[in-house]
Design a protein around this ligand. Sequence first.
Ligand SMILES: Cc1cc2nc3c(=O)[nH]c(=O)nc-3n(C[C@H](O)[C@H](O)[C@H](O)COP(=O)(O)O)c2cc1C
Length: 392
Amino acid sequence: MAETATDPATPSLFSPYKMGKFDLSHRVVLAPMTRCRALNNVPNSALVEYYTQRATNGGFLITEGTMISPTAAGFPHVPGIFNKEQVEAWKHVVGAVHAKGTVIFCQLWHVGRASHQALQPGGITPISSTNKPISRRWRVLMPDGTHEIYPKPRKLETYEIPELVEHYRQAAINAIEAGFDGVEIHGAHGYLIDQFMKDGINERTDEYGGSLENRCKFIMQVVQAVVSAVGADRVGVRISPAIDHLDAMDSDPLSLGLAVIERLNKLQTDCGARLTYLHVTQPRYTAYGQTESGSHGNAEEEARFMRTWRRAYQGTFICSGGFTRQLGIEAVAEGDADLVAYGRLFISNPDLVLRLKLNAPLNKYIRATFYTHDPVVGYTDYPFLNLPKSRL
Ligand SMILES: Cc1cc2nc3c(=O)[nH]c(=O)nc-3n(C[C@H](O)[C@H](O)[C@H](O)COP(=O)(O)O)c2cc1C
């Protein structure tokens, strides 16, 4: 059954939204997802096809995590945005997506300790805020398709950190050069930025460790640098204070989230412009079977955290993590989010927006091909709805 709006004043998952300077025609967003099809870290025609399939007029896509530097990868064959070849290659993806009237942001990613020597240039040790490895509960995907435990990382010296900030800044400039409408700073899911924020990982005694102020320092330096380089209105930030993916635990996720939000609000006031959005992943993401980790709080607590952050943040709020059609409709109608990012359902349904609108059946995703490298199988071969022209 197609969605029918009862009250035109109530926002709907399928109603237009003005996200900063971007006019969106609906609120279904492609969540950033690593798909390991960018052979040798360079986007290719398979990525052009994949993103174009998911592009809709007035829609919003966020790319998979994209390496800001040669040390940033934690999976084989993820794309980069740190050299000329990659920038040129991304232009084909962006051009094709723009031709369909779609807004596209590039997700800027450094995995920190969530890597392995086999994925590092010259086989060097992965870097982090800490020298503690990720526990044996988790495994890294190796270039040969096997899984290994994560190695002990090398804790960054204080004087090295500004160089990392500079890599984010330069990657953002490169993304704009490639034609992207903006960038999303990946501060979520246990990767480098989260490794600085969470007190379950960061045990530093310098100005980047200890207090909330110090643990938020790295993310804020990155956001500030990227905003200065490309403008606040082309920058989104993703965080996941309550998610323990890759051991990213915090003793007080609610306060951590609020601390980041407070600082983002202040940055917006100071620079007199809003960021494009804040994107928060909620723990249902893991509870729905992405990982084997243990308990993730309860649904009520999650909803309370998300509502508190949503109310505190002064700007566009994107939520993601286990959203079904119904949950997405409710989140927007009840004002819990402006936009909803869909991950796994968008992998298996290239025409997800149409299917959600029509309440049509959804293809099931095949987990086994999430991170394989075939340019077609499990990537661009999920079927579209077969509808008579009159219903399109
Ligand atoms: C295969 C796969 C790859 C992912 N890669 C990324 C990524 O590169 N960056 C990121 O921020 N989140 C990543 N995620 C998390 C998704 O963006 C999303 O938040 C998560 O899948 C929960 O949404 P869902 O329940 O709609 O799938 C990934 C998820 C999946 C399933």
